[in-house]
Design a protein around this ligand. Structure first.
Ligand SMILES: [Mg+2]
Length: 456
């Protein structure tokens, strides 16, 4: 008993034949008994904050002359590139992430294009997380503009969770500025909180209690739900599921078949608010970078120089995360004549390493003839995979693979990294990447927030 209230915690259910029963039992087992209300269900646990048009809003905050105007954020100023973000004023004209610059100009003649400043977006992201953390503990950073919090004890009722969300909005506006608006979703788990945050934009606040379900979800398209992409949509349709309502009514076993494994059951559980926690984050499987080449770098030499730079950057990230890579894949997008495309890709395996020089040798071994005569490279990508911790690997038997001892090599690269962190990214680097050194600045991927120290 605490303050006149008894809280019954959910009991773990090991086996249960009927999923509906799990939901029912869960709801009953998480009741709060108070002196005034007998057995009021408490099902709200997660709060998700999604920044609206994040990159474009940061630009409007930092550059007041852009406020109220349609803005497209682009990786570079070229007609062939795509918008990576659009302000709400631009969205009103149909411009969205992925709209080509030339098309965006046709849709919205007054649009202003600004080149992305990823370092600014990361800096403001860190400030946002710090501000949120003072009000509700941030449990997971889902992307550069999405943070999930668990509702603190005593804040899980609809009224109090709403108060908390309004406090968060006010604190963020105060700390970051009026242009940075957020949509907040509150629900029994992170997945449903995310769907709730999508229901009202911009500046939304939607509470989705277990008793509201499926309610507002039925207005959504299947692909609006996190985790359902075009390929999964095709599989759902093949099994007779064409709407969120049909998905909601589908049995747990049916989703297991559609997903081809327990991921389908996990999806069912998240959708029906059965699963409360977050799936544990697995170990990182790969690490890499890609880069759209600007016109001056669209040659075989330019592409290799940029790949060299990407490899040096990835090697530094490997060391920072205390990992070794055992394989590398290099992929290119090439063009020729009128719209002909070629996507060569090559991979190699090697003794696990985080040594920049060894990784650059692998790149050079993969490279010959990747750009056939007459073809122009548009985009390069390199991925390090087969990642593992240093303790999970045995050293190379062959002296040629490991010049100097592993410890000496590690000490050397740690010293190089320390110099680059202290004095800036181009203080010490391998000369082979010299002409690509100004390319491939920081990029924010969906699931990777760059490290300001290693990637700026
Ligand atoms: Mg967003």
């Amino acid at each position: 008993m605490a303050g006149g209230r008894t809280v019954f915690r959910p009991v773990p259910l090991l086996t249960c034949a009927w999923p509906d029963e799990i939901l029912f039992m869960h709801t009953v087992s998480t009741c709060v008994r108070s002196s005034r209300h007998a057995f009021r269900p408490v099902t709200l646990r997660s709060l998700l904050i999604d920044f609206n048009s994040y990159f474009a809003s940061v630009e409007q905050q930092l550059r007041p002359e852009l406020r109220g105007r349609p803005v497209g954020v682009v990786p570079m100023l070229a007609d062939t590139t795509c918008c990576i973000a659009a302000s709400y004023e631009a969205k009103a004209f149909g411009v969205k992430t992925g709209t080509q610059v030339a098309q965006a100009r046709r849709l919205c003649p007054g649009i202003v294009f600004v080149v992305a400043r990823h370092a600014e977006y990361v800096r403001i992201h860190h400030r946002a997380v710090a501000v949120i953390d003072t009000i509700a503990p941030v449990e997971q950073v889902l992307s550069i503009d999405e943070m999930a919090c668990s509702l603190p004890m005593g804040w899980t009722s609809r009224e109090r969770a709403t108060q908390l969300a309004l406090r968060l909005k006010a604190a963020l506006r105060e700390a970051l500025g009026e242009c940075l608006r957020v949509s907040i979703g509150i629900a029994p788990n992170v997945f449903l909180a995310k769907q709730a945050s999508n229901l009202q934009k911009p500046d939304g606040l939607v509470v989705l209690d277990a008793t509201d379900l499926p309610g507002p979800l039925l207005r959504m398209q299947l692909t609006d739900l996190t985790g359902i992409n075009v390929r999964m949509l095709a599989r759902l349709q093949a099994s007779g599921i064409h709407s969120v309502e049909q998905l909601w009514r589908a049995r747990r076993e049916q989703l297991r078949v559609v997903w081809g494994g327990i991921a389908g059951e996990a999806f069912y559980d998240r959708l029906h608010a059965v699963e409360l926690g977050l799936p544990p984050a697995g170990p990182r499987r790969s690490l890499g970078h890609s880069h759209v080449l600007p016109p001056p770098m669209r040659s075989a030499e330019g592409a290799l120089a940029v790949l060299d730079r990407l490899t040096q950057k990835a090697a530094m990230r490997l060391r920072r995360e205390h990992l070794l890579a055992g394989a590398m894949t290099v992929a290119l997008r090439l063009t020729r004549g009128r719209g002909e495309r070629l996507r060569p890709q090559r991979s190699a395996r090697f003794a696990a390493t985080a040594d920049t020089r060894a990784l650059l040798h692998t790149l050079l071994a993969l490279w010959p003839d990747m750009v056939p005569p007459g073809w122009v490279p548009l985009k390069v990508a390199m991925l390090l995979h087969d990642l593992r911790q240093p303790g999970q690997t045995s050293g190379s038997l062959f002296a040629a693979d490991a010049p100097g001892s592993d410890a000496q090599q590690a000490a050397l690269w740690n010293a190089v990294d320390a110099l680059n962190v202290r004095f800036g990214r181009h203080t010490v680097y391998c000369g082979s990447g010299h002409s690509g050194r100004d390319e491939a600045p920081m990029r924010i991927a969906f699931n990777h927030i760059p490290d300001l120290q290693t990637e700026e």
